[in-house]
Design a protein around this ligand. Structure first.
Ligand code: S3P
Length: 170
């Protein structure tokens, strides 16, 4: 099957996938969808609550449903994803995959300098323990690169510059 005209943003928690997607929408004709938002909408509860009440495996099954739905039904869209969505088997069939790259320290700096830093940390169960989060980051880094069609470094870069880079590549 030929690739669809979607752009899928992957990368670690807090790297700015949603922010980049929203900024692309401002300067293009694309619409955007976020996989965590989709899941929260069908479940009518927050990701954090889903993790707490049902566990991670249940959440991953929802991501899988979401991936199948996106492949079948969505085109011409910027899709921002949860940090673990890159594992979906059919991700290559959903569209062009862009990895937003930053060091772990760069991500922590970004989160801590946000006005709503506390909320950003609170809504992410897998960021609760920073040692574990760093281990997870190290485990995932190579896989993010491997599944992506393109890597864009976002560390310490102006958002407008990042968006220009992405729009020039899609
Ligand atoms: C997760 C990242 C989160 C969310 C869930 C699990 C992960 O999304 O999907 O908490 O496994 O990295 P963000 O990347 O938007 O924080």
């Amino acid at each position: 099957m030929s690739k669809k005209n979607n752009v899928i943003l992957i990368g670690f928690m807090g790297v700015g996938k949603g922010t980049v997607a929203r900024e692309i929408v401002k300067s293009s004709d694309y619409f955007s969808i976020d996989t965590d938002d989709l899941i929260e909408s069908i479940e009518n509860r927050k990701v954090k609550t889903i993790f707490k009440e049902e566990g991670e495996a249940y959440f991953r099954a929802l991501e899988k449903r979401c991936a199948i739905w996106l492949e079948k039904n969505v085109d011409n869209t910027i899709i921002s994803t949860g940090g673990g969505f890159f594992k979906q088997e059919n991700i290559q069939d959903i569209g062009k995959i862009i990895y937003l790259e930053s060091s772990f320290e760069g991500i922590l700096n970004r989160i801590h300098s946000a006005p709503n830093a506390k909320a950003k940390l609170k809504k992410r169960p897998l960021l609760k323990d920073l040692n574990l989060a760093k281990k997870l980051f190290k485990l995932r880094v190579e896989d993010y690169k491997r599944v992506s069609d393109l890597t864009i470094n976002v560390e310490n870069r102006d958002i407008k510059d990042i968006v220009k880079d992405i729009l020039g590549n899609i």
